[in-house]
Design a binder for this molecule. Structure first.
Ligand SMILES: NC(=O)c1ccc[n+]([C@@H]2O[C@H](COP(=O)([O-])OP(=O)(O)OC[C@H]3O[C@@H](n4cnc5c(N)ncnc54)[C@H](O)[C@@H]3O)[C@@H](O)[C@H]2O)c1
Length: 445
């Protein structure tokens, strides 16, 4: 049965799209520099689905598989302009060199002028929420509400100065300390009151999210902070018709986890234990060395197995699983993280087996294309008037934000199917179910 329908009206992707990064560190600068290198024909957008991915349409026999960017109306890379906030005053060129992700001579110096022109706006920052960081480029104000209003002003001024048609904001800043939703997060009135009275459960990331939504700017959260994952912000996003979502870019170890664990479940193989440890030496690693920031990250990483393996449904297979995640700050490695996984599984008659994974990855190289896709897809969502939580973009997140009462979908390939079916639905094409009933209907009328 075809599920094809009427395409959803989508405003055209005309004019400039301003991409506002909160944080101008390793991920943000690798993303920005990479886009410029691609625009100049010096690099390829590897890792980006919006730039390289295709989408099958209709039956396999139809042979239709256009590039996603030719199927849905997406912003063109040449129309992107970049802005950022950071408590560290370094411009994007200095930050690129400091972070040491991209090769200085091959990838940074050739675009020096472009990167130098991107200087961070003073941040809404408070060291209480990121203990290991000190910043001089910060806003001062009496209340959090004043800070948030100053961010709104920045947004408006950036838009006017750069002649942007639309904006999108992506949190690429440090992981804040662990905060659980409390009274100040339940209603918009309580949240706004909390900003006025400097409620300690309102972190800077929440101020950015509030400012973005108030300005009609879609907001994606690349870190595990609460940020916009609470009722007050969700309601505001709905009321204002703004797209929001998060949390935490799904890049390295957790991406592997969300591929391997569905395999165990699909084959009904048991898991006794999963020990994951990482060493990394960038500023993110330093920030995560603080137990309070690590706690936020840990929560984001731990939830994955529980949701995928469903020990409540399969107590014999996953009821006793021992899951541990460690992150160790180890400066010599810089941005080149090493993530080890030891997985103790068991099979027929309970016989034990082991799997070892050693992922020598580059954190920001994996994260940069995600920032690009999120900026481009959140802009699409906004133009298609998909407001509130963008669950169809769970594909990009370690800890996907979902509507109250729903559990998040973590399996990478279910997330991919959901995302591609959403694109098909937007354009009035049939969803692909992989059912293939034609096999059994030969000869029948
Ligand atoms: N693969 C990945 O790299 C990956 C994956 C998932 C999540 N993340 C998350 O992405 C974020 C960025 O990672 P990174 O490697 O670029 O870290 P980074 O430390 O290099 O950059 C973060 C930047 O944010 C700035 N910052 C901190 N608080 C701020 C605030 N209130 N306002 C504006 N700027 C602020 C810092 O000064 C710093 O320059 C981290 O939270 C990290 O946990 C990264």
């Amino acid at each position: 049965m075809s599920t094809a329908g009427t395409p959803r009206p989508i405003a055209p992707a005309q004019g400039k799209l301003g991409v506002l990064c909160v944080g101008l560190g390793a991920v943000a600068t690798t993303f920005i520099a990479g886009v410029e290198l691609i625009r100049r024909g010096k690099a390829k957008p590897i890792g980006s689905l919006t730039q390289m991915g295709t989408i099958r349409l209709g039956k396999r026999t139809e042979g239709r598989a256009p590039l996603i960017k030719e199927f849905v109306p997406l912003a063109d890379l040449n129309d992107l302009v970049f802005g950022a906030w950071d408590p560290v005053p370094d411009n994007a060129y200095q930050s690129c060199l400091h972070c040491g992700v991209l090769d200085k001579w091959e990838h940074v110096e050739p675009i020096k002028d472009f990167l130098q022109a991107i200087t961070p706006m003073p941040a809404a920052f408070d060291q209480h929420y990121v203990k290991k960081l000190e910043g001089k480029n910060v806003k001062t104000a009496k209340t959090k509400k004043d800070l948030a209003e100053a961010l709104r002003k920045d947004i408006r001024e950036f838009k006017a100065k750069h002649g942007c048609d639309r904006l999108v904001m992506v949190w690429c800043a440090s992981t804040e300390i662990f905060i659980q939703p409390g009274p100040a997060h339940q209603t918009l009135a309580a949240f706004e009151k909390g900003m006025e009275t400097n409620d300690p459960t309102i972190a800077p990331s929440m101020l950015y999210a509030w400012a973005a939504v108030m300005e009609g700017v879609p907001f994606a959260n690349g870190a595990p902070n609460l940020t916009c994952d609470f009722p007050a912000l969700e309601q505001l996003a709905k009321d204002k018709g703004v797209a929001i979502g998060g949390k935490d870019f799904k890049t390295g170890q957790t991406m592997l986890k969300t591929v391997l664990s569905p395999m165990f479940k699909a084959r009904m193989l048991g898991v006794a234990g999963w020990y994951s440890t990482n060493i990394l030496g960038n500023r993110d690693g330093e920030v995560l060395d603080d137990p309070e920031s690590f706690k936020t990250k840990e929560e984001s990483k731990l939830g994955v197995l529980e949701h995928i393996l469903q020990p409540n449904l399969y107590p014999d297979l996953y009821g006793e699983i021992y899951h541990k995640v460690r992150i160790n700050y180890y400066p010599p490695r810089g941005d080149n993280k090493e993530g080890w996984d030891n997985i103790d599984i068991f099979g027929w008659c309970g016989y034990p087996m082991q799997i070892k994974v050693d992922f020598l990855c580059r954190d920001s190289i994996l994260a940069a294309p995600l920032v690009l896709d999120l900026a481009i897809f959140f802009d699409l969502a906004q133009r298609a008037k998909l407001s509130g939580i963008q669950e169809w973009l769970s594909f990009y997140f370690k800890s996907p934000q979902v509507a109250p009462g729903l559990y998040p979908e973590h399996d990478l390939f279910i997330q991919q199917t959901k995302m591609k079916n959403t694109l098909r639905w937007l354009m009035g094409e049939s969803a692909i179910t992989h059912l293939g009933v034609e096999y059994y209907e030969y000869g029948e009328k």
